[in-house]
Ligand binder design. Sequence first.
Ligand code: HEC
Ligand code: HEC
Ligand code: HEC
Ligand code: HEC
Length: 463
Amino acid sequence: MQRAWVLALGLLTVVATLTLVSLMFAAPATDSPSATEAEPADNSYCLVCHLNYQEEGLTGGHQAVGVGCEQCHGLSDKHSADEDNITPPDRMFPKKEINGFCCECHPRTELVKDTDHEDLYSPEPEDDDETCTECHGLQHRLKVRTRIWDKKTGRLISDDGVRMMAGSTGEGKEERDAKPETPTALFDRENLVAWCIVPFDAKKRGPDQRAAMLESLGIRQLAYDWRAEHVPTFDAELDALDRHNIKLTAFWFPPTLDANARAILDVLKRHNVRTQLWVTGHGGDLSASPEQQAERVKAEVERLRPIAEAAAEIGCTVELYNHGGWFGEPENQIAIIEQLKMPNVGIVYNLHHGHGHVDRFAALLEQMMPYLHALNLNGMTRDGESRGQKILPLGQGELDLDLLRTINVSDFRGPIGILNHTDEDAQTRLQDNLDGLTWLVAQLGGQPPGPKPEPKSWRPAEK
Ligand code: HEC
Ligand code: HEC
Ligand code: HEC
Ligand code: HEC
């Protein structure tokens, strides 16, 4: 292909001269029309609203060579003309589509010749974990979102409700809810992880009984929580999981590298198990002056770095666990991760510690997406925490279907946790969650709800 050849030349050249650039655009006369000119692209139409992209690298580098917003996002004239801003742009990018798209102009065969890429990508398109934009477009992502569309269908999932135009006929929530979407494999049994079922279990099961119970429910993954009394049985737990073919997806981990932390690292190493270590923190109350904010981020980076390093040595990751307080805010976790700059650190998000987040959940999910590696679900009712209903079985909260819809259309494909975290029998509560989840997922697919399952481990009246 002539164009690949010309691009190859560009990649080999240390300094891309203007002549070369114009040569490059003279060659691929088949592609988008404006890319055939050497002139810089005109992005002014979009910058009217998206002023933040004026100085941004991915935009700037491409604008100079004639590749404007339009070449990547489409003409988007309806989007640009909609003063309510609820019409999506013509082209958006689900995570899976980013690499394929970039490689339409930057062929893989050329990219992998570069030392910065060779370890990341094979010449054959596969499921790459790392998107091009994780290195070339971090500033291209918005820090705050006011509208979220489904990147595939363009359906508006959530927005801040602000309407500029009086009497606007913007698509309402009811109309949005009426449109079915296909449930993804996200909520399939194989992707579910049992959480908070060790110290939280009326039946006080031992390692083997626990693994057998999970197997009988068809749950293939465990996130392991523990108390001091369980430390001597760590080995037995891992052996039992192995026998019952249950994956250890996560291990609750102390906030510092104390004796218990060492015991966990040691048992994981001996059993050659690579897993997520879930680490929490508090960091103070929510209000923080800019100086306090900077101090806290720094302190957390210093606390977490040795843990992340020890985890990396045995092939484990560290996931920051929201548990209220300053550390429980995703924005603060992201700030810590971005300063820590370690590839094995991410986020596990818990709905039950996110009651204060429900109204901006879609936006938060989008922000966390590059770092989110596990997501724990439970039934959610408005202000549940302050009303003594912090953790309902799935399906029992009036917010559950909306939250599930948001998660379903997001790019998240990691494991989904379901939890006991009560004094009930762990098996009964897990079963209630499975029943509730099945009921909700059917509705995602547009089926009529049918009778709501009646949980055995929970009754509305008693709580
Ligand atoms: C009238 C103002 C306006 C104009 C003009 C405009 N946009 Fe937007 N655009 C928005 C708003 C508002 C959002 C939502 C941002 C947020 O979440 O806060 C948005 C979001 C987007 C998104 C994000 C989609 C996603 O993945 O979620 C893209 C891409 C985009 N615009 C592209 C463009 C392009 C390309 C142009 C020029 C052709 C353009 N916009 C012109 C207001 C505008
Ligand atoms: C329509 C074609 C086209 C698409 C699509 C495209 N690029 Fe480019 N890109 C170019 C051209 C042309 C150049 C300039 C020549 C070169 O350096 O290869 C360039 C340059 C670059 C550069 C080096 C210059 C700089 O800005 O630092 C990077 C990095 C880059 N592109 C990354 C990407 C990524 C990431 C994507 C996907 C989000 C992408 N490109 C999508 C055409 C494209
Ligand atoms: C782990 C980080 C990382 C990822 C992921 C990554 N790149 Fe790069 N890329 C780099 C670095 C570092 C350079 C060299 C410095 C620069 O030009 O920014 C580079 C350079 C480039 C260049 C300029 C090449 C040159 O020799 O001038 C292009 C084009 C490019 N990358 C495209 C891509 C595309 C397309 C993808 C996704 C398929 C991608 N990169 C993924 C780190 C990355
Ligand atoms: C080289 C291709 C390319 C160009 C040029 C480009 N974009 Fe993007 N844009 C992307 C890709 C790919 C994504 C998805 C990034 C991701 O999710 O990591 C994206 C995402 C976005 C988003 C959503 C950010 C978020 O937080 O999810 C907005 C808004 C946006 N672009 C607007 C623009 C505007 C406005 C311009 C021009 C000023 C522009 N883009 C130019 C490829 C491009």
